[in-house]
Design a protein around this ligand. Structure first.
Ligand code: NAD
Length: 253
């Protein structure tokens, strides 16, 4: 898979275990130059350590709920690169109390915040990326099977990911005339920082393993390989789809 000459933005690296870190490693190995962001001062050293291995020339703070930060990232990319070929949105958040509560008990504020950070931020990124994608491009976001089916303990993230996947379809239609392709990657369960916020995540991992053909849990590098195809010219026949990087988990009844 060849990404040489392509430039991408990665939002969602918390540390080397992040799905975004696995994807970034594969993008870089395929020849892409990458801009990466970190959430805040606490996250910065962990993200910088990953950014160093990626030789990223642009490393910037980006909390999508802080007005102006996302805009500043795109302004810097416009200034340094003048264009962008792909971006990976690999972020999710819900307040712990709301994430751990049954959906019926989720607060309006928690629901709105989870939706804003995890779903609407993808639309904001798409809008900011568009002027930089005059030669077409690829917008990717990370989702989970809990959007399709009610997965125990996934709670508010279920409707949030369903909204994200629907947004991918609408964006794909809106942006097709600009040759900008939009993809949701439905990743298998991986033990990450965000995943540890889900109640009984270890039990979910066991469940996923036992329902996956060959009992295989996917790695972040395997997810990265799929993302690399979607970022490359080979991915240009696809748009608006949910691509399952889950070793077949979703096909088993
Ligand atoms: P992670 O904790 O490594 O990454 C989550 C990222 O979200 C972190 O980098 C964090 O900084 C970022 N984030 C949270 N709030 C933010 C904000 N306000 N502004 C900017 N960034 C913010 O965990 P991960 O599992 O790699 O999660 C990445 C994506 O993959 C998420 O969308 C998650 O829902 C999705 N996903 C995870 C799994 C899994 O099993 N781990 C499975 C399928 C999909």
């Amino acid at each position: 898979m060849d990404l040489s000459g392509k430039r991408g933005l990665i939002v969602g690296i918390a540390n080397e275990h992040s799905i975004a870190a696995g994807c970034a490693t594969l993008f870089q190995a395929a020849g892409a130059q990458l801009a990466v962001t970190y959430l805040n001062d606490k996250a910065e050293p962990y993200v910088r350590a990953v950014a160093e291995t990626l030789h990223s020339p642009i490393v910037l703070p980006c909390d999508v709920s802080v007005p102006g930060q996302l805009e500043a990232v795109f302004a810097r990319i416009a200034q340094d690169w003048g264009r962008l070929d792909f971006l990976l949105h690999s972020i999710a958040f819900a307040p712990a109390g709301d994430l751990r509560a049954n959906l019926i008990d989720c607060s309006a504020e928690g629901f709105a915040l989870a939706m804003d950070v995890s779903s609407h931020s993808f639309l904001r990124m798409a809008r900011l990326a568009l002027p930089l994608m005059s030669n077409g491009g690829s917008l990717m976001t990370m989702t989970f099977y809990g959007a399709d089916r009610a997965v125990e303990h996934y709670n508010v993230m279920g409707p949030v990911k369903a909204a994200l996947e629907a947004s991918v379809r609408y964006l794909a239609v809106d942006l097709a005339p600009r040759r900008v392709h939009v993809h949701a990657i439905s990743a298998g369960a991986v033990k990450t920082r965000a995943a540890s916020g889900i109640n009984h995540f270890d039990a979910l991992l066991d469940e996923v393993r036992s329902h996956t053909p060959a009992q295989h849990l996917v790695t972040i590098e395997e997810i990265g390989r799929i993302a690399t195809v979607l970022a490359s010219d080979a991915g240009m026949t696809l748009t608006g789809s949910v691509v399952y990087a889950d070793a077949g988990f979703h096909i088993v009844a």
